[in-house]
Design a binder for this molecule. Sequence first.
Ligand code: R5P
Length: 326
Amino acid sequence: MTFAFPPPAAPLPRPPMSIFSGTAHPELSREIVRHLGVELGDLKITRFADSEIYVKFEQSVRGTEAFIIQPTCQPIDSNLLELLILLDALKRASADMITVVLPYYGYARQEKKDAPREPITAKLIANLLTTAGAQRIVAMDLHADAIQGFFDIPVDHLTALPIIADYLAEKHYEDVVVVSPDEGRVKKVRKIASRLRAPLAVGYKVHPEHGVSEITGLAGDVRGKTCIVYDDMISTGGSINEIVDALLRNGARPEITVACTHAVLAGPAVERLSRPEIKELILTDTIPVPPEKRSAKTTVLSTAPLFAQAIRRIWTDESVSELFTD
Ligand code: R5P
């Protein structure tokens, strides 16, 4: 008896890609697929009369490499729950690989216990995403790098810093200092400073009470200088307000550029940022920035080309980190 070995199998074709958008930021999703030259997948998301979320993928996802784009921005809990439900549906529909593209990670600031009997909500979110079906995360400028370790699945951590730094470099500032509002952000801010070949200044930030920031000191010489402040996010604008005050107290020119990746812009942020010493406000589109939160001095930079590149590379098994050079 002989056994006829089958001829070597032809390499399996790459699983087809399917990309879907939650309802948190459809404009960004549309921009991402436009850069990829593909269409968004057909997906129905509605609410029942009692406001429960209902989702249904209107095309087969069986065997596909599925990407779901959803920043967990405001309304955070609703966007998060919608994402979890979408993941559950994708998993049950036999998607081959499920990647969550999370341009903004809500609850990222609760990444450690600062006081007894507090939760670590950023870790809880990681558990929820994984349990619901996420097999890979694509995130951007996570509030703390350690959040990557909250997942036991791959996390591709992108940064908008090169996008912001390239934009700033085009401005050819003179006598400029790049400023970190607190010590925790220095490593990131240094990347912008080295791109602009500019010195660095650092604020000393404390939280006298929950949700309140105070800058009690400043390291670095800003007298007579044009300052560029970068923070990962602007929420209430309290930290930015404080650092602008500190810079002015220390003799900086009253023409300050403020930049951030995540434009949370909650509560009094828009009013605080409208102060005249802030000459330009540079945001990215990881979170929608509606017209009423913009002014003549607002610039919103697109992260869509970067997300599109990352998705393409993930799909083709190419390096994502190669997108970034230090
Ligand atoms: C804190 O460490 C963050 O990097 C931001 O500085 C902070 O979350 C911004 O919040 P707010 O705008 O409310 O001061």
